[in-house]
Design a protein around this ligand. Sequence first.
Ligand SMILES: [Zn+2]
Ligand SMILES: [Zn+2]
Length: 148
Amino acid sequence: MVRKTKQRDVILRVLLGTASHPTADWIYEQVRKELPHISLGTVYRNLNLLKLEGKILELDLADSLSRFDGYAREHYHFRCERCGHIFDVDEPADEEIDKRVARSTGFTVSCHRLEFRGLCWDCQPQGTAEGIANSPRNTMQVGSGGQS
Ligand SMILES: [Zn+2]
Ligand SMILES: [Zn+2]
């Protein structure tokens, strides 16, 4: 018998070990290498619990499959329109928008979702060696039009 907390630890470790914002199916495949008898339903259940505990995020983006994120702080994402990869965008979540919308609507706003779209480095036509050498690989610049 595998302890329940052990299952959850493995799932969380798998998720923290990747920046790829994987689907539950992908997580299931990885976790199975360590816990061969775990079921997909158990993985889903644990992902849900981790989400409720605030340890992970479920990305309900415009996508048929839910993806999961081990980086639990509110943050933005960039989705490549060609390869479909999802990247974290190093841009603080703008809480002012929440307040503004709350004021104008009278709703209680808990968060907002924002997804940037375009082409990642690898999918850009100029994604040659020279192009990559000149592009900001480490820190993703959003909104700034390149070098100032
Ligand atoms: Zn791409
Ligand atoms: Zn993320």
